[in-house]
Design a protein around this ligand. Structure first.
Ligand code: FVT
Ligand code: MG
Length: 329
């Protein structure tokens, strides 16, 4: 029997005591802002992601200025490749003068203190929209893809990327990228491994944004991304990536996988990040636009949930707004 004088509500009675006992908090240091960059002038809105646009490099610099001013620690860059630059061998991915590489150089020249994270995967560059190179049957080949990813990661490092983030889910790519970075003298470049990336339907709006949805068609990524039913397998993936030299690990998507975030933090005690993906953003935006949810309150609550689950930070399309909301208090 609970003692009658054990009143849990006592500490909840006032704002000051609620603040004193709060276990998890969200701050601007927890936020990473994903941005889409295209090889055109100006901005192009992404219809399924209200408030998100593809940006020219000039526009990207404007956004980076705002992010820096808000003290957001880092941006995550996602290039939108023009259809004519896509190919079967994804060669545009390691073009030292490619869109992503130019964007990195422009950002680091203007905002040296702002962290730049790059996506290492071939899906923006392949004609079929898969993250790797395929055989005649369309199966994504592991080892030749890893060689291509190494070229891409080195090209990003040479352009000045602070963090490379392999999101492809090939086996062995973290070790291969780490070895290549060391051999090429990029000993300070950090690796954020998308270690537990699930074959999720929540990536839909992102594929609209980067223009890989049409290419991908009805194909899926189930032969390399993880099955949503699995949790032990995610721990093996994370152990492997850490063993191969990852500095940080990522769980993706976010909200439907908070149990994985918690296990990752408890079992490994390393920096763990989560990606609140495009579909999670779109759901909240759509409900808010209909007047069904309070956008600010729900977005901040969802972001706090990642912290409570053990994440050290969150990639979120809400990052700029969240930073402003947190500042406004
Ligand atoms: N590598 C990035 C993705 O695959 C998707 C992210 C999102 O849906 O926001
Ligand atoms: Mg793996």
């Amino acid at each position: 029997m609970t003692r009658l004088d054990t009143r849990m509500r006592r500490m909840r009675r006032d704002d000051f005591s609620r603040r004193l006992m709060r276990e998890s908090t969200l701050g601007v240091d927890d936020l990473i802002y994903p941005v889409f960059v295209h090889d055109r002038e100006g901005r192009a809105d992404v219809p399924s992601m209200p408030g998100v646009a593809r940006l020219s490099i000039d526009e990207l610099l404007r956004v980076a200025d705002i992010a820096s001013e808000l003290r957001i620690p880092a941006l995550a860059l996602f290039p939108v490749t023009a259809p004519e630059a896509k190919s079967l061998d994804a060669a545009a991915a390691w073009d030292d003068d490619g869109l992503c590489q130019r964007a990195i150089r422009a950002l680091k020249a203007r905002f040296p203190q702002l962290g730049v994270i790059t996506d290492v995967a071939l899906d923006p560059y392949t004609t079929h929209g898969q993250d790797g190179l395929v055989d005649d049957a369309g199966y994504v080949l592991n080892d030749v893809t890893v060689e291509a990813l190494v070229r891409q990661a080195l090209s990003h490092a040479r352009a000045g990327a602070d963090i490379v983030a392999p999101s492809d889910m090939m086996d062995g790519r973290i070790g291969a990228v780490r070895a290549a970075l060391e051999a090429d003298g990029h000993v300070h470049v950090r690796i954020l491994a998308y270690a537990a990336k699930y074959a999720s339907a929540f990536y839909g709006p992102f594929r609209d944004a980067v223009g890989s949805a049409t290419a991908l068609g009805k194909a899926d990524k189930a032969t390399y991304q993880m099955d949503p039913g699995n949790s032990d397998e995610a721990m093996r993936e994370i152990a492997q990536d850490l063993d191969e030299g990852a500095d940080m690990v990522m769980v993706k998507p976010g909200m439907p996988y908070l149990d994985i975030v918690r296990r990752a933090k408890d079992e490994f005690g390393v920096p763990v990040f989560a990606y609140q993906v495009s579909g999670e953003y779109a759901m909240l935006k759509a409900a808010a636009a209909n007047g069904w949810l309070d956008e600010r309150a729900c977005a901040l609550e969802a972001l706090l949930g990642f912290k409570r689950a053990g994440a050290d930070g969150v990639l979120s399309y809400f990052a700029l707004d969240a930073a402003r909301w947190l500042r406004a208090g």
